[in-house]
Design a protein around this ligand. Sequence first.
Ligand code: ATP
Length: 455
Amino acid sequence: MAQLLLVEDDTTFSKLLSNFLGKHGHQIKVCSNLKEAKEALSHNPDRPFEVLMLDYRLPDGNSVDFLKTLRSEGNRTAAFIMTSFHDVRTAVTAMQIGAFDYITKPVNPEELLMVLREALSKGDATGIKTAVKTKTSVKTDKQSLDYIEGKSKISKQLYEYVRLVAPTDMSVIIQGESGTGKEHVAKSIHKLSKRANGPFVAIDCGSLSKDLAASELFGHKKGSFTGALMDKMGQFEAADGGTIFLDEIGNLGYDVQIKLLRALQERIIVPIGATQQVKVDVRIIAATNEDLMANAATGDFREDLYFRLNEFKIEVPPLRKRGEDLGIFIQYFVDKANQELDRNVRELSKEVMDVFQKYDWPGNLRELNNVIKRLVLLSKEEIANSSALPAEMITSMEDQQKPAGSDLKALQETHEKEMIEKVLQEVRYNKSKAAKLLNIDRKTLYYKIEKYHIE
Ligand SMILES: Nc1ncnc2c1ncn2[C@@H]1O[C@H](COP(=O)(O)OP(=O)(O)OP(=O)(O)O)[C@@H](O)[C@H]1O
């Protein structure tokens, strides 16, 4: 039985939800706005909430800002956001600041239980995502290799860079949109490096509170500030001999950036309140979805730190630019979901595939994984059809693709582009076969692929 906090202003829905969760043995406190939620969180010290379930739009604000404040105050309770499909982009942002997941409305009961189970099993949304002591943790090692590389030109180049930089001891900046797989890339670099037998420590700087970031990274001495009840070893020391992965590095405060620069340049750290320096041997890999260079130009990020980190830069492409990889990732995530959820989905219907092809995937691989997991969960048959997709996903696709008005040329071009994409997909990007089916020569096909920016 878990202690849950539900923040939802639709009273009918919140009653339904709390009855349903109550029947599954959970204890739910319902609040209808953020002010009440804040009070509930501060008045519940004996039995803390294990999961926060937050509606996105609330009468006194939105839950993403609310969560941001909670995280900056050091609250790490696992949380997920319930949102309409149109707010998915916002939900993706929410995950960057430490929401565990998001769930689209109308909420499907099975899906809700699945997300809740996962949130409970992962525990609190601590800023430290993984602390892999590779020598002892064989299981985590195996999991971290559980990924695929893709076959598109852009993916091949990505992994070529990974293999190139891994054996060196260079600092690396990994840039890419949220959910593109930056952490996977960082782990691959670690695994292929001379440090592979050392620890890989991943820290989500986005969910570290400003006050505690320095202590989390560099440690502290007992009594060095209120709340420092005993000595604490920082993550830099924990990563000694291995790699530290600083995700969302742009979120680190200026004073922490100075300490980080010192750690990079001199390979020493000083725990807060300590008089002794500590030598550390750590490789730094940083990730960001911002333009750090631009932040450095405006003074939001230290330029000297940026240049020191940027010994090598890797761009992880968004899913919409990975062309044929989409099909490969779909298959991979379907197989994974079948295994995890004990389902037997063999294929996705043509309609689902069409939607997937046209959608621009703002949450990238993470969103694809989530959508497929839900699709598989809700599909009892071998073919998953579009009824298991959020209805708005389909309508938004239709609206997005069709050119407005009566522009005949634009309509024809849209149709032509769709047809070429569809045929290319059917023949697995074999251009000769596609040209034959489309009854055009290869040269014309290449011209059109370029014209319509088909990847
Ligand atoms: N190459 C891959 N093969 C299989 N799954 C992948 C791959 N890359 C990423 N994923 C999956 O996609 C999801 C997001 O990956 P990851 O956390 O590495 O992205 P990220 O770019 O670091 O995200 P964020 O910007 O939010 O920190 C994870 O669930 C991961 O399992």
